[in-house]
Ligand binder design. Sequence first.
Ligand code: AMP
Length: 285
Amino acid sequence: MITVHDKAALRSWISLCRQQGQRIGLAPTMGNLHAGHLRLLEKLRPHCDRIVCSIFVNPTQFAAHEDFGSYPRTLEADQIKLEQAGCDLVFAPSANVMYNGHTDQLTRVVVRNMENLLCGASRPGHFQGVATVVSKLFNLVQPDVACFGEKDFQQLSLLRQMTLDLDFPITIVSCPTEREADGLAMSSRNQYLSPEERQRAPMLYRTLQQMRDAILQGNRDYRMLETAATGLLDKSGFVTDYFSIADANTLQPAESTTSDLLVAVAARLGSTRLIDNLTLCNKKA
Ligand code: AMP
């Protein structure tokens, strides 16, 4: 496995792979890798000959008050994990390299129908930052296949839409959410939690499961279920940003006739913002 920090080195490695007729898979990450990230590589393996993992804490997807400065950066430990997981190349550029010396992003990619919903409502500009950096990674790496986690369901949906709309010749595969034994979705941000918050955090997934069970038992009053779930979380010390039962295809609020459902939540425990979701098919609707 090799690590490169500049675009020229990346491009020459990619063109060598291409000359040899190899298929390339890409897993974009912000590093501080856990088992969920390594699952992306496992998902990619059957689809490609070479795996590229990018590690880049992208400044343009963080608002000024968010955790860009304190986001954990652990390149050496990440390299060891990636080598063991069979990664071929790590692309770890600086912001200066990635944005050619200017982070004010003269050109931006906007996926208009999804960027202001759910997480986008409380993180203005976040998904523009994500779509722009992933477009750049797609142009640099030119992968045949790219993998994204279902934990960030809105990101996955938006990037699928972007890939379609901008005609990137790339297959998007998704990876189920990897969880801790108590159900908490793995996230680099979990380490911000105090021991007491960490004990409470699995309540997020339990609440999602409770609402799924209510839907499966025939409850179609989704707005009432959202309010109930928010109440449960707030009682447990969360500050709920949103609890949404949405159409999994459009991310718009679900109606009683919607068949593919997304149950998604974002909530703060102390200063840590956690997200999670699950999907279900409402066949009886
Ligand atoms: P991040 O480093 O948080 O930007 O995540 C990089 C990629 O890993 C994204 O596609 C995420 O959706 C995915 N990912 C993060 N956490 C998990 C998890 N617990 N299970 C599966 N995929 C994940």
